[in-house]
Design a protein around this ligand. Structure first.
Ligand code: ZN
Length: 323
């Protein structure tokens, strides 16, 4: 629970008529408002805790491809091509040198355009994984040419093994702390994903490298192991939502309205409605007087409770009698 209070213009009031409570909510602007950031995180954590996993998922990290990585791939291609033709690679320096001028953060920098490129590429990878898993579930898969190709390349034709419905279920985007580098954390409840195969697909789909988060996965598994379904989901939700929180004093790195969590279809449930609670674009005092039956409230209060309102008690008891 956060203690941050929104002091910005446009803050709304959250109230409950039945319980006679109203308090100042936030303005909703994550760029400037710590209270809004905390609330959005809380809400997302609640939603993430409702996801049903087939098993405790693995955590993977997908990174945006940078210009530097492009250059590396280009340079490797060049060298491979020369070798294939039996030419010397000693004189490739002239052609590789300009590639070394690219800066790493060029495309990892967070802006609308890079975010769109990243999301598209990640979506492509997720689809490719789902397609492969589907293939592998087919009875005759082992004898297909595709299986033979994978066996040949990765020593294993089962590179994405999972039950139907399994997926890289939830993706949480994050901006690197140090350089603001764009990347995403994903929870995968596949039984097995081949790292080398996945890496190749990331490159083909326009992402940078991917990484299996061995340590975090281990810690999360240990925490979620001995618990029932609901507790397990809550533990996982807690781990994933950690990626969403950024230090209060850090500049908000995302464009307005950027979605930080994406999921496979229907995987991320909406927040359950809280009956009786509603928002109003009005001050707490206004709501207290208009809707909760308050008589007199300070104009700038952040919280109002009918039960604690001395004026209300006064009215209930009737006027004090002169003894
Ligand atoms: Zn605010």
């Amino acid at each position: 629970m956060s203690a941050a209070t929104c002091t910005h213009e446009g803050a709304r009031t959250l109230y409950n008529v039945e319980r006679g409570i109203a308090f100042r909510a936030d303005c909703g602007d994550r760029r400037v408002c710590v209270a809004a950031r905390h609330r959005r995180n809380r809400e997302m954590r609640e939603r993430l805790s409702l996801v049903d996993y087939l098993r405790t998922p693995d955590l993977w990290t997908f990174t945006a491809r940078t210009r530097e990585q492009d250059a590396l791939i280009e340079a490797r291609e060049l060298i491979r091509e020369r070798r294939r033709r039996g030419e010397s690679v000693n004189d490739t320096a002239e052609r590789i040198a300009p590639l070394c001028m690219y800066r790493a953060e060029d495309r990892g920098v967070i802006n609308r355009e890079n975010l769109a490129i990243f999301n598209r590429a990640l979506e492509r990878v997720v689809r490719a994984v789902a397609r492969q898993a589907e293939r592998e579930r087919h009875p005759g898969y082992r004898s297909t040419r595709h299986a033979a190709m994978l066996r040949n390349r990765y020593g294993n034709e089962h590179v994405a093994r999972g039950r139907p419905g399994a997926a890289l279920r939830i993706r949480v985007r994050e901006a690197g702390e140090l350089h603001g580098r764009l990347h995403a954390h994903a929870a995968s409840d596949f039984d097995y994903l081949d790292k080398r195969w996945l890496d190749d697909h990331c490159r083909r789909c326009g992402l940078g490298f991917c990484e299996f988060e061995r340590r975090n996965t281990k810690v999360m598994r240990a925490a979620a192991r001995f618990s029932g379904r609901a507790v397990r989901s809550r533990t996982i939700g807690l781990y994933l939502s950690k990626y969403l929180s950024i230090p209060d004093d850090r500049r908000w790195p995302w464009p307005t309205h950027a979605r930080l969590v994406s999921s496979a279809r229907k995987v991320l449930p909406p927040r359950p409605p809280k009956p009786g609670w509603a928002f109003k674009p009005q001050s707490v005092a206004g709501v207290a007087v208009d809707l909760l039956g308050a008589v007199a409230v300070d104009v700038d209060v952040c919280f109002y409770s009918r039960d604690r309102d001395p004026m209300n008690r006064l009215l209930e008891r009737g006027p004090p009698c002169a003894a």
